[in-house]
Structure formats: structure tokens, C-alpha cells
Design a protein around this ligand. Structure first.
Ligand code: AHR
Length: 503
């Protein structure tokens, strides 16, 4: 049996948790919108055609902002197609996913759905096939209270008050060769700067996200961030990071350590942003919007799912419908630990995505909706992480991986809410064979007398929740947890994610 130790002290903090770190992402892709959140014929559908069972699950998940409408989709999207009378909305090709977009759910319907799930809108503008002028028009349509043709059009379309969208993404993954309108860092940086300045001229209160790299493994990574920020440093608030992880070639040991890569990614982008800050002698700090992150079996999409053919543009095809295992959920929980650990600089993040498409929630047309394994770490972390992230001293064993070298067996992060005293510790055991008993010194935290712990694990690390067996995997109480004389002791099962809450 391995052991690990950690100590918490409320006087030493990393930073305050921005709730926007618990964001989600809805892209017009596959069965995400149509047959996912929107299925008019479904038994639980409301008067707008939104599935009630999905609304309940999204609420339970605890998602703050939701990025919309893409993703790769946005780089060919004409926002005007998605507003106005539904019967007049055009069907369009979605080149990103080789599908047909019917535009039956657009800005207004999506904003109404957000009201039902209790989340805020984060909008991406198309800087792929379009530019500054269309971004300005969308901002005017969305945020201007009244008095112009576009504001009046919004009102005529049934929305008297502005949408009041606060966070805007300046395009999507513009470094990627697959992106419509993909361009060099220099060209994109100039376009993003022009567009940001124009958008702020219209509404100075908005926050802007400039595209960073679509992965830390892009050949342009690092230099892309430096060049783009050299053009846009004064104009934007965040630079984006995107990262997806999958188990490759049966290398579970490396996959379980994916958060090591995310840590390195975040720290590299912070270093690059701060380098640009230093060169400019700026007092402003650029933070990170980690607005796409998850486990994604991308190789399956590339090898099996890709749609092709000039006469083959399906509506809402089954795409990117990964079914997640216990191991995947442990990695997702660990990625959340990484995001929280960097709460001083990661102030916005979006789990990609939300329903059916690489999602924590799955649906069957005419059938049930259910929680994937990855639902649990997100929902619990969102519910329990409050206040500030504490600096953590962790003493744990290590193991070797082929991708990331020697890594700790245990990873953890702790949060503390001064107002209520509520404290949470999130832990991962990456060992495939051994339990780890962890002692957590909480003596510096006053008045703690109750510990509650839940773990996600299974004898089969590849167990999943499916249509046939939707509750095969759930959180289990971890009854090993004790709190005595200022020390919590808990045993973490092999390949597990655990949430400990102290009150
Ligand atoms: O989330 C799926 C896709 O991944 C998004 O559309 C794109 O931005 C990224 O490459």
C-alpha cells in the first residue's frame, strides 16, 4: 500500500475561483443541438421543443457560461441565418462537419434555453470566412438596447432586451489547418486586433478572448501565442487554450497523467503572455480562457466517422459520440484539478462539449437521457469548489510514463470558502494496481468536524454508462475517510477520482 501526505493552510492561496471556470460548450455539431437539447417530439419537450430531461441534467451539472455556436462550425457561420421567422431561415452547408445546418435553433432559441438551464452566453464570432464588419453587426444585434436597424430587428424577432453577452471569442482555432479561413499568426493577430478595437468601440464593457493554439502540440505552439499577443495585447482580456486527451495504444499509464500535460500547457502560455507583457512594459495581465478541454477519441473520428461526398450532407448525424469509461472520468477529474490549480490565471474554461458530442450527457431520440461517467467529477467539483484555491504541499510516490516521464501517483487540489468555512479536496490516484492512503493535515483550518468523501472507481476501469445500463457507474461513498485531531485520513482506490468535503 502506498501513502501520500498533504497539508492545507488557508493563509496560503493560489487565487480566487472564477465561476466561469465551470463553463460548457455547445456547438452546432452532430446531435448536440438537434436531437440533443432540442427534440420537439420528445415526451419531456417543452413548448419550445427543448428536452426537459436534458435541461434538468444540465442544471445538475452546474455549468456557468456556455460557449456557442462553435467550434469549427463558427468559422463558416452566418449568424443572420439563425434569427427571424423560422420558416424563412435558410438551410446551409456546414463545411466543418460536412453536415446541413437547418438554423431551426438560433440565437434567440439558444438564449431562451440558457435561461432554462441557468447559464450565461459566451459567443464566438466568425473570423474564418467573415470579418470585423459582421462581428460588429452581431455585437450590435446582441448588446445594443435600441435605436438602430439591428437593435430593432432583434426586438422584432421577439427579444425587447439586449442579450447582454459579456464574453466574446475572436474566432476559433485560427492556427489549425482544418479551420475555414485558417491564417498565419501575423495575419490573424492583425485581424483580431482590428476586430477587438472595433467591438470595444461599440461596447467597452465586453471581455474578449483571442485564439491561442488549438493544442500545445501544434508546430506553431508558443510562437503563435507570442505573435498573436504582440498584436492584440492591449485589446483582449484572455488568450484561449484547447486540449483533448485520449488513451493511445493501450498506454493507460500516460493517459492517466494527462493533467501533467495540461499543467505544462497552461504554464507555457502564462510564460509567453508574461513575456509579451514584459517586452511591452505593460501593467495589464492576460489570463487564460481554456475554452475547449476534455477527453476525446479524436482518432476514432478521423478513422471511422468522417462524412464525405458532394451529395451527402446529413442533418444532425451521430458524430463524436464518445462513450466514456471510469478511466476517462478519472482523467476529466484530474484535468479539473489542473484548471483549479491555476485559478490565478485560468479564469474561464469550457468543458467541450455538453450533450451527445464528446459530452457528459447523452440522449436517445424518443428515449432517455443519462449521465456519462465524466458527468460526476464535473458536477461535484462545480458544486463543492468555492472561495479560493489553497497552495498545496503534496508528498507522494511516483511512476514512469512513456509520454510525460516520471509523474506523481497522486494529484490533488484544495479549495476553501472563508465565508462558510467549507473546504474541499479533490484527489486522483493514478496507480493501476495499488490503493494509496493519504493523510491531509487540516489543523490550520478552524472548526472542522465533519468529513464526507465520495470516489469514482470500478474493478473494470473501462466500465461505462450506456443506453442499456445508464447507471452502471456512479459515485460511491468513500467510508475510509476519517477526521481526527486535525488530520483527515482517506484511502484512494486504484484509478480513482475522489471529492472530500469538510465542514
Ligand atoms: O470540440 C470539437 C472541435 O474541436 C471543435 O469544433 C474545434 O474547435 C476543436 O478542434
Amino acid at each position: 500500500m502506498q501513502t501520500a501526505r498533504l497539508a492545507l493552510d488557508p493563509h496560503f492561496t493560489v487565487g480566487r475561483i472564477n465561476r466561469n471556470i465551470f463553463g460548457g460548450f455547445v456547438e452546432h455539431l452532430g446531435r448536440h443541438v438537434y436531437d440533443g437539447i432540442h427534440e420537439p417530439g420528445h415526451a419531456t419537450a417543452d413548448d419550445e421543443g427543448f428536452r426537459g430531461d436534458v435541461i434538468d441534467l444540465v442544471r445538475e451539472l452546474g455549468v456557468s457560461t456556455i460557449r456557442y455556436p462553435g467550434g469549427n462550425f463558427v468559422s463558416g457561420f452566418r449568424w443572420e441565418d439563425s434569427v427571424g421567422p423560422r420558416e424563412q431561415r435558410p438551410r446551409r452547408l456546414d463545411l466543418a462537419w460536412h453536415s446541413t445546418e437547418t438554423n431551426q435553433v438560433g440565437m434567440h432559441e439558444f438564449a431562451s434555453w440558457l435561461g432554462k438551464v441557468g447559464s450565461d452566453l459566451m459567443l464566438a464570432v466568425n473570423l474564418g470566412t467573415r470579418g470585423t464588419s459582421e462581428a460588429l453587426e452581431l455585437l450590435e444585434y446582441s448588446n445594443l438596447p435600441k435605436g438602430t436597424a439591428l437593435a430593432e430587428a432583434r426586438m422584432a424577432n421577439g427579444r425587447p432586451d439586449p442579450f447582454g453577452v459579456k464574453i466574446w471569442c475572436l474566432g476559433n482555432e485560427m492556427d489549425g489547418w482544418w479551420q475555414l479561413g485558417h491564417r498565419s499568426a501575423d495575419d490573424y493577430g492583425k485581424l483580431a486586433s482590428r476586430t477587438a478595437k472595433a467591438m470595444r468601440q461599440l461596447d467597452p464593457s465586453i471581455e474578449l478572448v483571442v485564439c491561442g493554439s488549438s493544442s500545445a502540440h501544434m508546430p506553431t505552439f508558443g510562437e503563435w501565442e507570442r505573435v498573436v499577443l504582440s498584436h492584440t495585447y492591449d485589446d483582449v482580456d484572455y488568450i484561449s487554450c484547447h486540449a483533448y486527451y485520449e488513451e493511445k495504444n493501450g498506454d493507460l499509464a500516460s493517459f492517466l497523467a494527462s493533467a501533467v500535460d495540461m499543467d505544462h500547457f497552461i504554464e507555457s502560455v502564462v510564460a509567453t503572455a508574461d513575456h509579451v507583457k514584459a517586452v511591452r512594459g505593460s501593467s495589464k495581465t492576460i489570463n487564460i480562457s481554456f475554452d475547449e478541454w476534455n477527453v476525446w477519441y479524436l482518432s476514432r473520428f478521423e478513422d471511422v466517422e468522417k462524412i464525405q461526398g458532394l451529395d451527402n450532407w446529413p442533418v444532425a448525424p451521430r458524430l463524436l459520440e464518445d462513450h466514456y469509461s471510469v478511466a476517462d472520468a478519472v482523467v476529466v477529474g484530474n484535468l479539473l484539478i489542473s484548471l483549479l490549480r491555476h485559478a490565478d490565471r485560468v479564469t474561464s474554461a469550457s468543458l467541450a462539449q455538453l450533450v451527445n458530442v464528446i459530452a457528459p450527457i447523452m440522449t436517445e431520440p424518443g428515449g432517455p437521457a443519462w449521465r456519462q461517467t465524466t458527468f460526476f467529477p464535473f458536477a461535484l467539483t462545480s458544486a463543492l469548489a468555492r472561495g479560493v484555491v489553497l497552495e498545496l504541499k503534496l508528498d507522494a510516490g511516483t511512476y514512469g510514463t512513456s509520454q510525460y516521464g516520471v509523474v506523481p501517483v497522486v494529484d490533488a487540489v484544495a479549495t476553501h470558502d472563508d465565508a462558510t468555512g467549507a473546504t474541499a479536496v479533490f484527489l486522483v490516484n493514478r496507480s493501476q494496481t495499488e490503493e494509496v492512503t493519504v493523510t491531509i493535515d487540516v489543523a490550520a483550518l478552524d472548526d472542522l468536524d465533519r468529513v464526507d468523501a465520495q470516489s469514482l472507481y470500478d474493478t473494470d476501469v473501462y466500465a461505462k454508462n450506456t443506453l442499456e445500463e445508464p447507471e452502471r457507474v456512479t459515485m460511491k461513498p468513500n467510508t475510509s475517510a476519517t477526521l481526527e485531531r486535525g488530520v483527515v485520513t482517506i484511502t484512494l482506490p486504484a484509478v480513482s477520482w475522489t471529492a472530500v468535503s469538510l465542514a
